[in-house]
Design a protein around this ligand. Structure first.
Ligand SMILES: Cc1cc2nc3c(=O)[nH]c(=O)nc-3n(C[C@H](O)[C@H](O)[C@H](O)COP(=O)(O)O)c2cc1C
Ligand code: SF4
Length: 326
């Protein structure tokens, strides 16, 4: 069985250990050009890469405007994006960026609007590649627009984008050949999805379809709702993490698990083969050196788990209020 410190190669890119920084928006950060990424973001990601996280997935980034190269996809914005990816590389980390499509009702979208969204998703991947990123992760989780396509309970479309499994997955499967053509064979295409859409078996089916279509990396979080399924005795992790481990059994591509993974759980999950990679979100906000410390067997500065769930984390609204900040 692998160890936390073991490397993993995806599309020829070597991730030196199994610890991932998952995407996390920080709304109180200042962009140097309005809302887009500026130096504060550049420094934030550089610190976590220096801290040993060897796969960094930059926060949810809307693809709107990517085809016209506006906003975050503009030439003006290229500098901070290049700096984020470049700093990761200098620390030996692999850099990905999460791409998202807002939060609209997919049942009301015209086919033309879906095609436009796909074009933006593809264009964003191309700009990400040009800026130096090793890959992108499409945000098909947490009830947002893309997540709704996968979920048979929400998706009531009667055209090519609803109904059968292949139709519900079409939003991403149709884009893959074009992304590969524009971004190249060494570009990692990942999908973050729910391990409960609508249940574990449904998620495993979607995961299988994505693997078959050429997705390189799956990141299993939650779908339309937070899962409340039980976890078997002896499994040291949350329901979300457990669902990820069950999806992993059904696919051969690497699977990232997430949610309330502390140092002990990280070792347990990797060393028992439940997951290929572990993502540590709030833990890495509370301690930018989380990965290096855990790999060295040192104690981390622990996250206090503010509020009832992740929404209680102060990094959403005002990171300066994080009680774990040193
Ligand atoms: C401040 C904050 C921002 C987040 N932003 C995103 C995001 O941009 N995209 C996403 O998929 N998940 C986002 N999440 C969820 C995290 O990626 C992660 O799944 C969640 O925090 C659970 O992991 P943890 O228990 O290790 O914190 C966010 C979570 C936090 C706390
Ligand atoms: S604000 Fe609270 S939940 Fe968020 S990282 Fe800091 S201690 Fe953890």
């Amino acid at each position: 069985m692998p160890k936390l410190s073991d490397p993993l190669v995806i599309r020829g890119k070597q991730i030196k250990n199994r610890i991932v920084m998952p995407p996390m928006v920080c709304f109180s950060f200042q962009g140097d050009h309005g809302w887009v990424y500026g130096q504060q973001y550049v420094d934030h990601y550089a610190k976590r890469a220096q801290g040993g996280a060897d796969l960094i997935i930059v926060q949810s980034t809307p693809v709107g405007g990517a085809t016209e190269k506006l906003g975050v996809w503009s030439d003006e914005q290229r500098g901070p994006l290049e700096a984020i990816a470049g700093n990761c590389h200098r620390c030996g980390a692999v850099a990905m960026i999460q791409l998202s499509c807002g939060n609209v009702d997919i049942n009301r979208l015209t086919v033309e609007q879906i095609h436009r969204m796909q074009a933006d998703c593809v264009a964003a991947a191309e700009v990400a590649k040009q800026a130096g990123f090793d890959g992108v992760e499409y945000h098909f989780a947490h009830g947002f627009t893309l997540c709704k396509f996968f979920d048979p309970g929400f998706n009531r479309r009667t055209d090519d984008y609803g109904g059968s499994l292949s139709n519900r997955a079409r939003m991403i499967t149709e884009m893959l050949p074009r992304i590969r053509e524009l971004a190249g064979q060494d570009f990692i295409v990942g999908v973050r999805m729910g391990g409960n859409i609508p249940d574990i078996a449904g998620a495993a089916d979607v995961a299988g379809a994505l693997e078959k279509a050429g997705v390189d990396l799956l990141h299993i979080s939650f779908g339309m709702t937070i899962p409340i399924n039980a976890v078997p005795d002896g499994f040291n992790g949350s329901a979300i993490t457990y669902n990820g481990s069950q999806v992993k059994k059904q696919v051969n591509v690497p699977v990232i698990g997430v949610y309330e993974i502390d140092p002990g759980r990280a070792k347990f999950l990797i060393e028992n083969g439940y997951l290929d990679l572990v993502a540590v979100g709030r833990g890495m906000l509370a301690d930018e050196n989380w990965a290096n410390k855990v790999l060295a067997g040192e104690a981390v500065n622990e996250c206090r788990r503010c509020g009832d769930n992740t929404r209680g984390c102060r990094w959403f609204d005002d990171h300066t209020q994080c009680p774990a900040r040193e």
